[in-house]
Design a protein around this ligand. Structure first.
Ligand code: FEO
Ligand code: CA
Ligand code: CA
Length: 577
């Protein structure tokens, strides 16, 4: 959500801090930390103090629902859940109807598979454009043969089911529906032509046998979460791109291949057998052309999507954009892998609200940073720094393996290690509070925390094996998102107070037997400042996860820390979007 939609100032945090202080000591959560330990983390700004009490004190108005193991969607009394569109549904008037037997040509004209991040772009009260990421495919559903013998057209069908689906919506009889005649309807797939921009564009590491320019890339895939810009474009984020590469004959993998999870075996897609660019024995540079944030203009179906190399190459989760007070555009970016990092991009240029066309390339040039969280063992708050990932600075030099500016972006993970970034418990979505004073990030879980030597416990990731995940938040110094420093605290540690009545495994005090969940993933704020939390975790409902049921969506009041369950999903279904 753009901060421009609603600038209503919001109350600050003192109530929640008092709440945490009291409850923390109640549960013996922090050894030796008294009330002073977490007091006054977010000082109320003069504006916030002036409006305190002017807002509804109760942000959450629905009646929370119970955890569920039923194979359906549940929402509170007074609400209704409906299906808008499903994988394989036509998105053009004359496109074929869904069939598991559909070929690639049909799939190119149908809605993609496995939805993840999405943005609703309103055009009027009863017209809108919806852009939806289609993250991956399941062979067992995609093909009548369940993937036993993937042909060339099967592989192309899989590529066509990935990417992004853009559909026009219209509200008819009070209900949003897909408009099959919408002029903006479009499929972007793993073979749609794109342009690489920014510091890595045209670099030798991006040149391939099929593209000597190093700028003309085919497609986007494994599009996890998303972002949007105030100039009306959609950001789609490439996550587990590694799982699509394999080798038809033995290859030697580099240290950087390994850091990005590239192996000589793929995850079962078989693209490499039919599309040589995914065969490492044929092409080593194709993998450098994925793992980026891609900017798409959903209002122009003929536009060429642009990969934004200034935002770094890693396993991108989402792209949470805000316009800072001084006009610079700031984008927060998570790298979803155990022990990887949290990033921030600051644009070189400034946002011009009076000339949207002038903002089109703000993401082409800027500075990338990575987060370092400092703190004291046993406390759930601290301070932090943004470490600059600029070639020639902070040891990002040829002697350390960074021959030029492009290499810092292409191997952003290694650059982050070089500068001393904090290893995190899988950074998933980031969300900027609509008051623009603080930022939240989900850390979904990490079985290696405190287990692998490279991922020791640290104040921001304090739980061994972190089976439930947590949400961290930070306030930039002086309310300036371009500042190099910040204060942070842990907003919630998910946990199971039923199974573990004491200690870190019980979770923070805003977790109770009625609102338990694990593996927070999608998060977003609505205009009123409610935080919506979606999960992608264990749904076994037993042992550590007893009482949590299926994946779910919860609503939280960041002013009080209160969390209530709003939605539960079908069995095995991640809740996202
Ligand atoms: Fe695609 Fe990190 O979830
Ligand atoms: Ca996710
Ligand atoms: Ca996840």
């Amino acid at each position: 959500m753009s901060k421009h939609e609603d600038q209503r100032p919001l109350d600050a945090e003192p109530e929640f801090n008092r709440f945490i202080d009291a409850a923390v000591s109640r549960r013996g959560f922090l050894r030796g930390a008294g009330a002073a330990g977490t007091a006054a983390f977010f000082a109320a700004s003069p504006v916030a103090q002036a409006v305190a009490g002017a807002m509804d004190s109760k942000l959450i108005g629905f009646k929370a629902i119970a955890a569920s193991t039923s194979d359906t969607i549940n929402v509170p009394a007074g609400y209704k859940a409906d299906v808008l569109i499903s994988w394989g549904d036509p998105i053009f008037r004359n496109a074929p109807a869904f069939s598991q037997k559909s070929n690639s040509a049909a799939q190119e004209r149908q809605f993609g598979d496995n939805n993840d991040g999405m943005t609703f772009f309103p055009l009027s009260d009863n017209r809108a454009v919806l852009a939806v990421n289609n993250e991956y495919t399941n062979n067992e559903y995609l093909y009548p043969h369940q993937g036993k013998s993937i042909t060339a057209d099967d592989a192309r069908k899989s590529q066509a089911a990935h990417g992004v689906s853009i559909v026009e919506l219209e509200k008819k009889d009070g209900k949003w529906q897909v408009n099959l005649d919408g002029k903006l309807n479009r499929r972007i797939t793993a073979f749609t032509e794109m342009e690489m921009t920014g510091p890595a564009a045209g670099h030798d590491l991006l040149k391939t046998k099929a593209d000597s320019t190093g700028k003309k890339i085919l497609g986007t895939y494994n599009n996890c979460a998303n972002g949007q810009t105030p100039w009306g474009t959609y950001l789609t984020c490439e996550e587990n791109f590694n799982g699509y590469f394999a080798a038809t004959s033995p290859v030697e993998l580099s240290a950087t291949d390994k850091r990005y999870g590239i192996k000589d075996k793929d995850w079962g897609y078989d693209w490499f057998k039919h599309d040589k660019r995914f065969d490492l024995a044929h092409e080593r540079n194709e993998a450098h052309r994925f793992g980026w944030v891609v900017e798409i203009d959903p209002m122009d179906p003929t536009s060429t999507p642009k990969k934004r190399s200034a935002l770094g190459r890693f396993k991108h989760e989402n792209a949470a954009l805000t316009v800072n007070n001084n006009g610079h555009v700031v984008v927060y970016l998570g790298d979803d892998e155990r022990g990887e990092h949290l990033y921030k991009f600051v644009s070189k240029g400034k946002y011009n609200p009076d000339n949207q066309a002038a903002n089109r390339d703000l993401l082409e040039e800027g500075t990338l940073y990575v987060a370092k969280f400092d703190g004291t063992e046993g406390k759930l708050d601290g301070t932090g720094q943004w470490l600059e990932l600029t070639w020639g600075k902070n040891g990002l030099t040829p002697e350390n393996g960074f021959p030029d500016a492009a290499s810092v972006m292409i191997f952003a993970r290694e650059a982050a290690t070089q500068v001393g970034a904090t290893t995190m418990d899988r950074p998933e979505w980031v969300a900027v509070h609509p008051g623009n004073e603080y930022v939240f990030c989900t850390l979904t879980n990490n079985k290696y925390r405190g287990v692998k030597e490279s991922q020791p416990l640290n104040p921001a990731n304090p739980r061994t094996k972190n089976p439930y995940g947590h949400i961290i938040r930070w306030a930039p110094t002086g309310g300036d998102h371009t500042a190099d420093t910040f204060k942070w605290d842990i907003y919630v540690m998910a946990g199971n107070p039923e199974v573990h009545p004491e200690g870190l495994m019980a979770g923070t005090p805003n977790i109770n037997k009625e609102n338990m969940f694990n593996s927070p993933d999608g998060i977003g704020f609505d205009k009123a400042g409610r935080l919506w939390i979606q999960t992608d975790g264990k749904y076994s409902n037993k042992d550590n996860f007893a009482g949590m049921g299926n994946n779910q969506m919860l609503c939280s009041d960041p002013k009080t820390g209160e969390i209530q369950r709003f939605l539960t999903g079908p069995i095995a279904c991640e809740i996202t979007g």
